[in-house]
Design a protein around this ligand. Sequence first.
Ligand code: GRF
Length: 203
Amino acid sequence: KNIVVLASGRGSNLQAIINAIKEKKINAKISLVLSDKKEANALKIASENNIKSKFIDPSFFASREGYDIYIAELIKKENPDLVVLAGYMRILTDKFIDSFEGKLINIHPSLIPAFQGLKAQKKAVEYGAKFSGCTVHFVTKELDNGPIIIQAVVPVLPEDTEKELSERILFYEHKIYPQAIKWILEDRVIIEGRKVVIKNAKY
Ligand code: GRF
């Protein structure tokens, strides 16, 4: 099976997926990493692991639609089983989302539908939530709010800052993202309307 990853930054989730492949927990290959940011550490991680990677400069495109049409073509050439957003910070156009429906997943650092959008960990701390976590979900046209594949819960401790909560959540991101990818590539994930059913899930 074949995965394409889109990333804009640090790339720690990309690294976690690469590790899971190396450890043979996921039976797949990452055929391409795409980034909209030239300096993305994710691109460095890709090249260190001999994975094909490309920076596609948004400033060369007149519109968001044009950019997404271009990257959709690059992705389709790889014929991926799954397209993984791993800290990809550009909002995708409806057409892009439609063309990868059911094959496009994201990780968000909150228990959706709570704290959607940017700075989810900061929002959880400021809101006074006692628990937060992370969610892997299918991408739909609603931002950070598609059918939920897996979530992990962490406590928000009284002295937590955004940084501490983010680190606690990130630890679980690196566990649940590879787990969700494994299930999907094993064809064990069924979308039933709003809900996702996992066949024979062992947590
Ligand atoms: C993660 O917190 C993820 O939940 C969010 O963006 C961050 C990406 O981190 N969508 P990294 O680039 O994978 O290290």
